[in-house]
Design a protein around this ligand. Structure first.
Ligand code: NAP
Length: 303
């Protein structure tokens, strides 16, 4: 029986692991793929305190090393469910069941998929949600990024160094992205920013051969001659497996209070997976610290 099982090895989960170990809790982190979460795809992070210009993967690797140095166990497995019996929690995973006194859910969120015609059919055949993973396939070709947040602008800046031309399309003429990123993209000669346009259809049979878009104001249609379409249209929570165990809000985020406590005693939620106002690295890290401290307090009170 672990003192705490942490679901997810992103910034929230790894920070929780550091704090849990420092509080003396036996700790395991379950991570399905690689540690770090979304941040590993950010080439440069400028808003994490005291680490300006750090590469996302570097920040993640440093934090993983810190958690392991403090004695956290990291298990690479997929979590398939969470059940509770007489206060004992069991996290069900592809590597077997893990019993725990407390659980910290820090599973982040998933990329929202484009919902226009052809997008699903051509997913991973020219349609992608990860520019740093798939950008190299479009060296010397034209591609498009959909979205107006930090991810879209970072992706477009990155792709502009590989592709012959990059279009960024956004459904509104204002952007969620920080002005610094917007300026960086606008300074690129091979970039065209199109607003307010929305995706209509991804064209092609075996791969992407074009991208039909529609102007929101005028209804005008245009086909971009691209071979890659990158969706950077935000994240959605993947909390279906917890829906019968902890309370979710109408969008699927876990309801948790300031202390990261969920509706189920001894189960905490940290980072992007929970209802919160600001989803950033620094707030994910803060949640991890709070959740682990609360898990330690919960165990001490139960003794
Ligand atoms: P985001 O900030 O939520 O932006 C999503 C963008 O996609 C918005 O422009 C949104 O338009 C648009 N969109 C949403 N659904 C759409 C749809 N169905 N069709 C077309 N467009 C759609 O997402 P994000 O850029 O992935 O960022 C997520 C969080 O991570 C944010 O808090 C962000 O600041 C953070 N982040 C930080 C960094 C960094 O600091 N270096 C890097 C990446 C991400 P509307 O504006 O109209 O809703």
């Amino acid at each position: 029986m672990y003192d705490t099982v942490i679901i997810g090895g992103g910034i929230a989960g790894l920070t929780a692991a550091v704090y849990a170990r420092r509080a003396g809790l036996s700790t395991v982190v379950c991570e399905a793929t690689v540690c770090g979460g979304q941040i590993i795809n950010s080439p440069e992070v400028d808003n994490y305190p005291a680490r300006p210009h750090v590469a996302g993967w570097q920040l993640a690797a440093d934090l993983q090393a810190q958690a392991e140095e403090f004695g956290a166990e990291i298990k690479f497995c997929a979590v398939t469910g969470l059940s509770v019996k007489s206060g004992k929690k069991t996290v069900h995973t592809s590597a077997g069941d893990l019993d725990a006194k407390t659980v910290i859910i820090a599973n982040g969120a998933e990329h929202r998929r484009l919902d226009c015609d052809g997008a699903d059919r051509l997913y991973q055949r020219g349609v992608s949600a990860c520019a740093t993973c798939d950008g190299a396939f479009f060296r010397g070709r034209e591609c498009c990024v959909v979205g107006g947040g930090n991810t879209a602008f970072e992706d477009a800046v990155y792709l502009s160094s590989l592709a012959s031309k990059v279009y960024l399309i956004n459904r509104r003429s204002v952007f969620r992205a920080e002005p610094k990123l917007v300026s960086a993209l606008k300074s690129k000669e091979n970039v065209e920013i199109l607003t307010p346009w929305v995706p209509e259809r991804v064209l092609g049979e075996q791969g992407v051969e074009g991208f039909e878009i529609k102007n929101v104001d005028t209804g005008e249609k245009r086909t971009l001659p691209v071979s890659g379409v990158f969706a950077a249209i935000g994240m959605i929570p993947a909390n279906g497996i917890f829906s019968g165990t902890v309370e979710l809000d109408e969008s699927g985020y876990i309801k948790a209070d300031e202390s990261c406590r969920t509706s189920l005693p001894g189960v905490f939620a940290a980072g992007d997976t929970r209802v919160k106002a600001l989803r950033q690295l620094v707030t994910a890290a803060a949640d991890g610290a709070v959740a682990a401290s609360q898990a330690a307090a919960y165990i001490n009170l139960a003794l």
